[in-house]
Design a protein around this ligand. Structure first.
Ligand SMILES: Cc1ncc(COP(=O)(O)O)c(C=O)c1O
Length: 403
């Protein structure tokens, strides 16, 4: 079989692979604690499910306009005004089959072969591959825990070339949980304003923030930034609706129209029933978020404290999202590390470590290399307090064997 050059450049999602591996072991009766999944462990709230059930019962089960029903577009414009102080008209908004699909569509309409997209690393695993699939070239800016996992204006300036089309800003970030302040965004905007590049602001974790951190989008910086920015968001994380597959974007009407053209020739509209559920999620009772946040915050504090007391680990407190990204460079220097490499050989140290933790600690975590940095791994704390407690004990016991 001859495959396209584009697909041969793309690798399967490492987070989905770890989640699938943990599920396989569990199905065999092996007690694995899964820290891989990027989805809230809460159920979709009842009032949202009810909205979907009434949509089915009232016959809202047919095709809709490609970019979503007008009521949903209107609800999204209302959300941007309510939560972000951003005014959009319905023709500046489009609805896609999940935020992943939003980014995919955007890459398809934006890039010509060889066009560059700047992606700060560590990054969400799918950005580079979706750029590659569209013929683009991901250009990485490396950050680390010492810099709060944030790029500086200087780094951004140095990464921009005549081929740069866009820069991705994911705040709060998957995998690091790091979030940009308004001042930091202003400083990046100063660099962007002098160029023709488009900021892509992935706000999917916008509501999952802690310690009173105030979320801003780079479009909040100035009218010029608002005019240029494409905002990506969705209902998956905020409303525990990962399976409903609703993402959306807002920005320049011409870009939105092109996105609907590519969607019209690929998936057509996102599932009609999910669209009605999303209207209720976005415009209905917002207090449902509060109990998720209390649980996430409690787990975040616990997990960071635990990780920082494990030999060779150093873990930054994230401002948002439900991930921690501990630095494990110190583990690679422990006396027993050589044995880990011998038993679990891999091109990447973080993959060897994660294989060791899977085997020795029966815990599934995602190697940092999947997110662009081998000195880390990702833990999702979107799992129960009991699982986190047990998982931390297991990881500690396995790592202490290497001391
Ligand atoms: C940073 C980021 N953006 C976008 C998405 C897309 O989520 P969905 O396709 O479920 O809307 C995810 C999901 O993991 C994510 O972590």
């Amino acid at each position: 079989m001859i495959f396209s050059e584009r697909i041969l450049k793309v690798k399967p999602s490492p987070t989905l692979a770890v989640t699938a591996m943990a599920a396989q072991l569990k199905a065999k009766g092996i007690d694995v604690i899964g820290f891989g999944a990027g989805e809230p462990d809460f159920d979709t709230p009842e009032h949202i499910k009810d909205a979907a059930i009434s949509a089915i019962k009232s016959g809202k089960t047919k095709y809709t306009p490609v970019g979503g029903v007008p009521e949903l577009k209107k609800a999204i414009t209302m959300k941007f005004k309510r939560d972000n102080s951003l005014e959009y008209s319905p023709d500046e908004v489009t609805v896609n089959c999940g935020g992943k699909h939003s980014f995919y569509n955007l890459m398809q309409i934006m890039l010509n072969d060889g066009d560059e997209v700047i992606i700060p690393a560590p990054y969400w695993v799918s950005y580079p591959d979706m750029a590659l699939l569209a013929g683009g070239v991901p250009v990485f800016i490396n950050t680390d825990d010492a810099s709060g996992f944030k790029i500086t204006p200087e780094q951004l300036k140095n990464a921009i070339t005549p081929r740069t089309r866009a820069v991705v800003i994911n705040s709060p970030s998957n995998p690091t949980g790091s979030a940009y302040t308004l001042d930091e965004l202003k400083a990046l905007a100063e660099v962007i304003e002098k160029t023709g590049i488009i900021p892509i602001s992935d706000d999917i974790y916008e509501t999952i923030i802690y310690d009173g951190f105030k979320f801003f989008n780079i479009a909040n910086v100035s009218d010029e930034m608002k005019r240029r920015t494409i905002v990506l968001n969705g209902v998956s994380k905020t409303y525990a609706m990962t399976g409903w597959r609703i993402g959306y974007m807002a920005g320049n009407a011409e870009i939105i129209k092109k996105i609907e053209t590519v969607q019209g020739q690929s998936t057509s509209n996102p599932a009609t029933i999910s669209q009605y559920a999303a209207i209720e999620a976005i415009s209905g009772d917002q207090t449902v978020l509060a109990h998720m946040l209390i649980a996430f915050d409690r787990r975040r504090n616990f997990i960071v404290k635990e990780l920082n007391s494990i030999p060779g680990f150093s873990c930054r407190m994230p401002e948002g999202a439900f991930y921690v990204f501990p630095n494990v460079d110190g583990v690679y220097k422990l006396p027993g590390w050589k044995k880990v490499i011998e038993k679990y050989p891999d091109k990447y140290k973080s993959s060897s470590l994660c294989a060791y933790l899977m085997e020795e600690a029966r815990t599934a975590v995602v190697p940092g290399i999947g997110f662009g940095d081998d000195n880390y791994f990702r833990i999702s704390f979107a799992t129960s307090d009991e699982n986190i407690k047990e998982g931390m004990n297991r990881i500690r016991a396995a790592v202490e064997k290497l001391v």
